[in-house]
Design a binder for this molecule. Structure first.
Ligand SMILES: Cc1ncc(COP(=O)(O)O)c(C=O)c1O
Length: 388
């Protein structure tokens, strides 16, 4: 018998040969700023090697916390106190730690329908019940949400929090409408639940400024906003940040994980700090926003023929994703089979619903492939939808 000698993998991504796979919402490796990160790493080891190699401060390196504080003020018009900012290990880490620290067994956690499917996986690692809330073209339907919360409370349940992606949503690409933002924050304030605002795509805004964050509207102390350097620098750094009420930050900073481990990733945090302070962050952001905008436009151009075929294609103003709604007679799973025969793939809508739905919808990621490949993939998809 021959011995299979395969090396253990280094990265998460698995590409199938001959397939343009728009299922992967990863940054293109060609757009990851390796030189910038290498230079910043060298600078950290010249100026701060002792600190970088030590156990870090629980809520993150002070210089990065201060940079975040001033940058958030500049972008959001609301200045967090230093004790309202925590450096995280990315948004996935933060969602997990918020649940560990704040949720109790049996609590209800509300999620959008559809929602980011891997956040569902994280939430399901905790003994909470996920409750889907209805969304339309403008995001969460506040009236239906309000009814649902009251119903749950009447039946004796504790609604602990809502997890949402209100800006350049994954999977739909859409953003919560302006008036609904304030209504949502006020509803949470009145009903006493927290909002986890996953704001991972905020800075990848293609057509002007992104909508205001829920956090900047929060006068009730109930919004936990999560930002990440995964999309704007590199996911391998595992650095993000959280702005939240001081008691939430304190609870996180005092939990066993940060206490024992000394912050999440001190070296990565100091590298990010170096990049941000030397101006490399903004320069890189300008480049990648242009690149992702071109990719979005290429994909939308390629999908243009779908408009005559009863499909809805929603142009996103930022982020990584285009959501396509098929006519009721077409199944996304059948289209997927046909599309893969032709050489492209995507994630079917069903992946993004807790409790059913999404049979006639699909998500296309435009982050990973160059414009020409996106155009080719779009042509294959159009063909697959036509024959289905
Ligand atoms: C909505 C959303 N949240 C979180 C993440 C993961 O973020 P991080 O790398 O900061 O954990 C992603 C990545 O695809 C995402 O789309």
């Amino acid at each position: 018998m021959s011995k299979v000698n395969s090396s253990p993998p280094v990265v998460q991504l698995v590409l199938r040969p001959g397939l343009i796979d728009l299922g992967w919402g990863h940054p293109d490796s060609a757009l990851l700023p390796a030189d910038l990160i290498r230079q910043a790493t060298n600078a950290v080891f010249v100026t701060r090697s002792q600190e970088a190699l030590a156990y870090g401060y629980a809520t993150g390196p002070g210089p990065l916390l201060e940079w975040l504080q001033s940058q958030i003020y500049l972008n959001e018009g609301r200045k967090p106190e230093l004790e309202q900012v925590v450096v995280t290990g990315g948004n996935s880490w933060a969602i997990d730690q918020i649940c560990t620290t704040l949720a109790k067994p049996g609590d209800c956690v509300l999620v959008e329908a559809p929602t980011y499917h891997l956040a569902v996986r994280i939430l399901r690692d905790h003994p909470v019940e996920l409750i889907p809330v209805f969304t339309d073209e403008d995001g969460i339907d506040i009236e239906q949400l309000s009814d649902r919360v009251r119903q749950l409370k009447r039946s004796g349940r504790t609604v602990r929090m809502l997890y949402c992606v209100p800006t350049f949503n994954n999977p739909t690409g859409r953003s919560l409408e302006a008036a609904r933002r304030q209504q949502l924050v006020d509803l949470a304030g009145r009903e006493g639940f927290l909002i986890i605002e996953d704001d991972v795509y905020r800075e990848l805004s293609f057509d002007g400024p992104a909508p205001v964050s829920l956090w900047s509207l929060d006068t009730h102390d109930i919004v936990i906003r999560l930002g990440s350097f995964s999309k704007t620098l590199a996911p391998g750094l595992r650095v993000g940040f959280m702005t939240a009420p001081a008691d939430v930050c304190r609870a996180l900073g005092e939990n066993g994980l940060l206490d024992s481990g000394g912050g999440v990733a001190p070296i990565s945090g100091l590298i990010v700090n170096e990049i941000c302070r030397a101006g490399g962050y903004q320069a890189n952001l300008g480049l990648i926003v242009d690149a992702y905008r071109r990719r979005r436009d290429a994909l939308l151009n390629g999908l243009e023929p779908l408009r005559d075929r009863g499909c809805q294609v929603r142009p996103p103003h930022g982020g990584f994703f285009v959501w396509v709604s098929l006519p009721e007679v077409k199944s996304a799973m059948r289209v997927l089979e046909r599309a893969e025969e032709r050489g492209m793939s995507f994630l079917p809508g069903t992946k993004f619903f807790v409790g059913g739905g999404g049979d006639h919808a699909l998500r296309l990621a435009f982050s990973f492939y160059a414009p020409e490949e996106l155009m080719r993939a779009a042509r294959m998809l159009v063909d697959a939808i036509e024959v289905n």
